[in-house]
Design a protein around this ligand. Sequence first.
Ligand code: PEP
Length: 260
Amino acid sequence: MARRDRQVEIEEVRMRRFLIAANWKMYGSLAMAHEFAESFDQSVDLGADVVLFPPAVYLSAVQGWTSEFVQVGIQDIGAALQGAHTGEIAASMVKDLGGSWVIVGHSERRTDQGESNELVARKFASAVAAGLRPIVCVGESLEQRNAGDAFAVVSNQLKAVIDLCGVTGLQQGAIAYEPLWAIGTGLTATPDQAGQMHAAIRNLLVGFDQDVAQLVRIIYGGSVNPENAGLLFAQEDIDGALVGGASLKASSFAAVVAAI
Ligand code: PEP
């Protein structure tokens, strides 16, 4: 089947459009970003919302190198809308530069910068207020999973956002389920493990609002690569991926996108 027909078919049977995001973390350079943009084929609709998250200082350049089929954002924002917060970037500034998405609550920030569920929720709210689409990351550590607490951890992280923004606020963005033990480790959650948590998250949302639960995209992150992406995307409640290591090269990121 031609690629275009296949995309139309995917969109007809799926209520939610795939979302595939590249988190470059603190890797790369301006030259790497340019090389990526030149070699990543962005001449057609890729059948998914494709979003690049370069380091913030490269946002403007990367925005200038992307086509209408690729969106850009940054990996974090300040919680305040404006003010005396040295070093912080406001959501409105991301908008100014043509960014449309932001990641909030990535586990590396929760761990390295001690970001609490409440702070992450405030960042989510600021992003929505500025018209950005936030991806909130949630996920448990291996100890929490082994103790049987994985869902409790994830639901507390999500409830903090729902408490502040309402469940309809969540619909402005997306959720990334990223078990900490799978990030950057090469250990991917099995499609069943990931699928079960995604279904549990959707079921949690059903308790708040049936429509929002069906519409919100829940993407998976944790050592996604071209080899495992297809099986993950075949899970009913997995609506895409937040890709770290495998997004640094255009060819491997393109292969992940093609796996939809
Ligand atoms: C991430 O950066 O959110 C991530 C999931 O990284 P990796 O794909 O390298 O595990």
